[in-house]
Structures are given as structure tokens and as C-alpha cells.
Design a protein around this ligand. Structure first.
Ligand SMILES: Cc1cc2nc3c(=O)[nH]c(=O)nc-3n(C[C@H](O)[C@H](O)[C@H](O)COP(=O)(O)O)c2cc1C
Length: 201
């Protein structure tokens, strides 16, 4: 299923076509595609080139690991994410490795890596649905995430499935048009709240 963004201005097709499905097809992701997806994350920019991210990944064929992933999701997310062939958790290192000073951009950089991963997935015909709805402390316990690293987001990765497979309320959300604030609301210049002039031209 496609949910092409109705952009106000022209943007790249990959950005138009990325969206976050809750229905996934029962189709495994080839290992070479998975390698490319995480290779894309590798090339994200980061503060001081620290690359403060790590991903815990479970494919559905690895039942034990996949169940561990599902166990850390909130029930709402586990109910639909169980249909994805791949689940992952993005983890951030909160301090710089060289001097242990706090890295206030660690989560930002991890988000950048996850978005690049999502775009590479889109380019390969897959979709990524990120989730804040999981228990980071349970993830720490279940996967042995060390001190100094925090679980930031969970990700469901796979091919988009049939919305009919979802319960009605989720099906409605799956079919609903994608909406966004206009750029005039968040692109400012000179002073907070002043829309940048190029936006209104
Ligand atoms: C950091 C983050 C956390 C999110 N958490 C959840 C979540 O817990 N459950 C869920 O169903 N969707 C979650 N989403 C998906 C958003 O709701 C979705 O990206 C947003 O509605 C825009 O839709 P689109 O990605 O299809 O354009 C999350 C997305 C991000 C980036």
C-alpha cells in the first residue's frame, strides 16, 4: 500500500513514499537488504563523528530473540508489531567515548541514523515504523544494555501488508491521510515565531 505524502513543495520521491505502516506482509527481509539498511545508518552524520548509536535486532526466524523484542514493547505496539519480520531497538551512548563528557546530541544523532536506515529501507521497498512505546529499562535488563547506553526507540521493519489484517481502529488509522504542519509554522528567521520570509513568498 502506498501513502504518498501530499507535499506542498516538490521533494524527493523517497521522502514522499516513506510512511509508518502497522500492517506488515508475512515476508522475510533478505540478509543482504538488512545489511544495506544498517550500512545506511552507519553513514549518518554525528557530532564529532562519534556515531553514538547501536541497534539490537531480531528477525522473526530467531523466535527466542523476537519474543524478547516483543516483550519490551507496550501492549498496543506488540499487538501490531508482531507481524513485522524484523524488530530492532536503537540505543544511544550518552557520553563521548574519549573523555566521558556528556554528549547532548547522542539521541539526535541516533535519530539521524534511524532515519537514514528508514530511507534505505524505503529505497528497497520496505518500511520502518519507529516506536517510543516500549520499556527502556526492561530492554536494558532483557538485552544486557550496559550503563552509559540508553534504549531510545524500537523499530518494526518489513514490507507493507494488507490493512485488512488490522483491527478496525488501526485499519482506519492505516488508511487515514498523512498530515503535517505547514513549513510556515516551524521555519523562522530573526526572532522566534517570525516565519522566514522565503516561506511566505
Ligand atoms: C520516535 C518515534 C516514536 C514513535 N512511537 C510510536 C509508537 O509507540 N507507536 C506507534 O504506533 N507509532 C509510533 N510512531 C509513529 C508515528 O506516529 C508516525 O511516524 C507519525 O504519525 C507520522 O506518520 P508517518 O511516519 O506514516 O509519516 C513513532 C514515531 C517516531 C519517530
Amino acid at each position: 500500500m502506498r501513502k504518498t505524502a501530499q507535499s506542498e513543495y516538490p521533494i524527493h520521491e523517497l521522502i514522499l513514499e516513506r510512511w509508518s505502516p502497522r500492517a506488515f506482509a508475512d515476508k522475510p527481509v533478505p540478509q543482504n537488504v538488512l545489511r544495506s539498511i544498517f550500512e545506511a545508518a552507519r553513514w549518518a552524520p554525528s557530532s564529532n563523528n562519534e556515531q553514538p548509536w547501536a541497534y539490537l535486532v531480531a528477525t522473526k526466524d530467531d523466535k527466542e530473540n523476537f519474543e524478547k523484542m516483543l516483550s519490551v514493547l507496550v501492549e498496543f505496539n506488540a499487538n501490531w508489531a508482531k507481524s513485522a519480520p524484523v524488530l530492532a531497538i536503537a540505543v544511544s551512548q550518552l557520553a563521548f567515548a574519549k573523555n566521558n563528557a556528556p554528549n547532548r546530541n547522542a539521541q539526535y544523532d541516533t535519530g539521524a541514523a534511524s532515519l537514514l536506515l528508514s530511507m534505505e529501507a524505503t529505497a528497497n521497498g520496505l518500511f520502518v515504523h519507529q516506536m517510543a512505546g516500549f520499556d527502556p529499562e526492561k530492554a536494558r535488563q532483557v538485552f544486557g544494555i550496559p550503563a552509559g547506553w540508553d534504549a531510545i526507540a524500537a523499530l518494526a521493519i518489513g514490507y507493507a501488508g494488507n490493512p485488512d489484517s488490522l483491527p478496525q481502529p488501526l485499519k482506519d488509522r492505516e488508511m487515514a491521510p498523512r498530515t503535517r504542519k505547514p513549513i510556515a509554522e516551524f521555519v523562522m528567521a530573526g526572532h522566534w515565531g517570525h516565519t522566514a520570509p522565503f516561506v511566505t513568498k
